[in-house]
Each structure stands twice: as structure tokens, then as C-alpha cells.
Design a protein around this ligand. Sequence first.
Ligand code: BES
Ligand code: ZN
Length: 614
Amino acid sequence: MKNTLPALGFALVASACSAFGRASPLPMDIHSHAQPNRVRVKHASLDLELDFERQEARGSVRLDLERLDPKAELVLDAQALVIEAVEGEDGKPRTFELGPEDKQFGSALTIALGASDRSVLVRYHTTKATQALQWLAPEQTHDKKSPYLFTQGQAILTRTWIPLQDSPGVRLTYEARITCPDGLTPVMSAEQLGRGKDGAWRFRMPQAIPSYLIALGCGEIAFLPISKRCGIWAEPGQVAAAREEFGDTEKMVQAAEKLFGPYRWGRYDLLILPPSFPFGGMENPRLTFATPTVLAGDKSLVSLVAHELAHSWSGNLVTNATWSDFWLNEGFTVYFETRIMEAVYGAERAQMERELAIGELERGMKELEPWQQVLHTKLDGHHPDDGFSDIPYTKGALFLSRLEQLVGRARFDVFLRKWFDQHAFRSVTTADLRAFMAQELFNGKEASGIDLEAWLEQPGLPADAPRPKTQSLAKVEREVERWKAKKDASALVCDGWVTQQWLHFLEGVADGIDAQGMGTLDGRFHFTQTGNCEILDIWLRLSIHCGYGAADARLEEFLMDVGRRKYLEPLYKELKQTPAGLERAKAIYAKARPRYHAVSSGTIDALLGWPTGS
Ligand code: BES
Ligand code: ZN
């Protein structure tokens, strides 16, 4: 991609910054065209009309600017947008130029500012190629009555629905005026100000956030409270079940506050999306977006809420400054998630989840290139998504667990709380963390007792990574051995097993199982019919692997209905292993693809070599 900052630009611009203004210089972000060290966007006022018929959002955004270099032009990121006009503060047109479009990173939108412009207004509309938005037909929703729209900004998709400086180092406040058809309710990652006399809905986010956290959902949705500050938004036919499943949310917020300081965003609500939502959850501030696949009916998958809630500290309050520091968001969050789970559901449950995650990390590591196994990733020449794996999550959390082990929980908790307090509403790098660790944990010296280079800059998992082992999963391993010896499902002792135990069981029997064995297990445990998507996901993968045809119909139904990338990718990958499977994958994908969000179809397109543009 083009980036007009030369390699040495950071140092030069850093000194320029102190000459021109107050804002502290931001590190270079190779995934953005913006030059926030020259002119920085501080606030966005969105005014959008959602046109469900044309599947288009149209209107304008006003951007308030801090002009660090008074002579510099404003450079924004824009992708798949039609820019209609740009106006200065006087309402008169300003010249702008949309640079060449890079398929992954979009274009630089360069605007010539008038000498006194403190803001600009960009009039624009989205297009069919706008990847952040998914417009759903009524059939794709839970209640199947009304259309639906949602956005997904992380990592670099906000530029496909709003022209702005789409870099996680740039923080901005925002407000929005949204119009949509009667009967639909828009919600945003912001304070909901309600519907005005003009029929438009208004929102306000007074705290400065990175652009990837600007989010919008719109559909026929209802609200049920959980507590004074927590509640559920979901389609009317699903909201009561979701309220039940996530009934512990307030307890989680309280546990989190007790650990790492006050929840600073006012409300914490959840929006349950239609099943095509490409992620498990997305930590949009004040309003976590969540997949309905976590509605298992028994609260067994609620660690997802603990995770997205934890991002209210690690990620939303203290944000990775570049996508190379992504592990600072996710590793801290997984560590924090486990602490919340421990506080609310006890140590055994939390430990089981950690143990499962480590197993997954180790299985997945083999498929990653060495550069992808590094926490502080070098993303030159790569899309941020290429660094997405269990590494930033599980290896990142293990690094923090190792530090906890080293200095003791009491000291480590003080350290983390201070990290959040002192960096609140700021974006941080791996170097910032290293400096803070030296100062707060190691008396101003390089760390002792831990090899920071190995943990942060090298591939693989260091030998001192903690390896929790639980009784509950050890019990499962004994039954796995019994199964492997006799293949007799009726002899297995698994009364009272929880989801995490079943997951461990299925991973355990995977090695060496055949279609007949699958049939035997299915006969006793009815896995093909399970309503638990985590269990179903492994089961379907195994079914493909050993040609267990009795699960064929369920597999197709699942792939048609669910768009969560974490499930789709391994399933299509497994199908691809045989020529017949690949044919089947292509036949299903041809039907399913229009139902997936661009994040998921992008991944599956690449996996199946799908001709894009179709
Ligand atoms: N922020 C992530 C989702 C994300 C990461 C979106 C990178 C786009 C780019 C979110 O917090 C997350 O990690 N979700 C997980 C669930 C979690 C319980 C591990 C997911 O979606 O699977
Ligand atoms: Zn996360």
C-alpha cells in the first residue's frame, strides 16, 4: 500500500508535532493512509439514512480536526465509498482527491483544507462492496419478519462505511443521527438519546475511542433489563432466552470492577445478532455485539461475555496503537476474562477453559508460520487479519499468567490496575508495556526470571508457560482411554459432565475414530442433535473427517445458517481434504455465500479459491 510517511517519518513528525501543537505523536500505522501527526480527527458527527431497499447508507460525516501542522492536508481512509462532495467550515466546497484503491487497504482521501477550517463535511454513500455492513433479508433473522443491518469495524473495515482516520492510535468521540424505516430500531456503541420529532434516532459517544469501535445495528429488536446498567437487545422472539442466558452479566461487571477498577462507560448492554454475525463477540463500547450461537441454554458459553466485557478495560480503555500490538488487546483480555470467570463461576471452571485453550493453541501452532507465532507481530506486507490466531489470545494470556506466577497475584493485580489507570483512553505499544513493566515490576531494570525477548519477539511457546491441569478434565481423559480401549459407549461414566468436559472428550477421541465409532457415540449421546454450537462444531468436523454420513444434513443446515468464521473455516477446511468433500464444500458454499458477512466470505473465498467479484 501507499504510505506517504517515509520510514524515518515518525521521528521527523514527532519533533514537528511538539512544534505545532499539544497532541502526542502516534507511532506509524502501516495499515492506514492517514497522517494523524499532521492533522488529527478528534470528533465525528454522522448523519446517515439507512436504505434497506437499495442496501445503502447515505448522508454525511462532519469531522472536527486538530491541525498540528497548519499547512498540511487532511488525509483520510476510504474504501468502497462514493464520495459525493467535501465542504469546509463555511459550507463551500473543498477540493479532494481519492487516491488509487488498494484492494485490502482502500484509498487515501486527501482534502485541501481552508486556512481556518476546524472541520470538514464529507457527503458520501456506501456501496455493495462496503465490507463492514451486512444487510440481511428477513429470512436470515431469528424472527424472520424484518430486515436487519449490522456493522463490523475491527480491524480495518470502518473505512468502508465512514471516511475517517482508520487507525487504532487515533481516538475520537462521535455523535450520530440515524434514520431508518418505521418498525426498526437502530442501536450504536454509544449513549442512546432516543428518537426525535424529526423521526431520526440520536446517539452520543462522549469518550474518545478508536474508529474500529464505532458500530451500528438496526433491526426489529427489543430490550430487556438485567440490572440498572445492564440489559439485552435482541429480536423479540429471542430476547427472553438471551436475558436468561446472560443473567449473570451484572455480577461479571462487579467482579471485573473489583479486580481492575471502575467500569467507565456507563451502561453495559449486549446486542444478540442474527446467526451470520462473523465473530463470537465484538467489544463495541457500551454495547457488546454477540453471536446467538452462545445461547446454549445452560450458561455454558458465557465466558464470551466475560471476554467482551474485559475489553472495556483492555482494548477500549487502553488500546493497541497498531495492529502489530493486537496481542495487547486480546492477550490482556483473555487473562482478564479468566479472572472474571474464576470470580463468578469458581476456579475449576476457569481453569478448565484455560486448559482447553492451551490444547487448542498447541494443535493450531503447527499450522502457523513462524512470524505468526510471535506476540509482537511484524505485519509488513500483511493484512491485520493475517496475524489473527490463538497466538495473541492464548499465548498472550499465558505470558501474563507467567508474570503473575513470577511476582505473585497481589503485586500483579496492583500492576494491572495501574496499567489501566495510567493509560486510560490512550493507545499503547508493546514497547510502552515493556517500559512500564521494567518500572513497576522490575525496579527499573530489564526483567529477571523471565525471557521477555522469547515471549514477545520469538515464535513458539516458551518452556516456562504455565500448564494448568484440572481434576475435571483429568477425569475425562480417563474415559477417553477407556473408549479407545473398548469402543463401548455404554461403559463410559460421564454423568453430570459440563460442556467443557464434552469438548475435551471429543478432542480426545478425535485421534483414531472412525464412522462406526461415531455412530456408537451418537447412539448414546446424540451429538448430531446437540444445540450447543461448540460441541456441534467439533462433532461436525469429526463427522467430515471420518465420513460419518448421518451428520451430513446437520452439517449443511449449520453451514447455511451460521456465519461465525471460527466455525466455518475449520469445517470448510476439513471438507476440502478430499475431492468429494471439496465438491460438496463448493456446492454448499455456492448457496451459503450470499448469507455470510464479508469477513467470513473473504476467508472462505481464499480457502476454496472462490472466484471473487461473484
Ligand atoms: N475483538 C475480537 C473480535 C475481532 C478480533 C474482530 C480481530 C476482528 C478482528 C473479540 O473480542 C473476540 O476476541 N471475539 C472472540 C470471542 C472470544 C470469547 C475469544 C470470537 O469472536 O471468537
Ligand atoms: Zn477479544
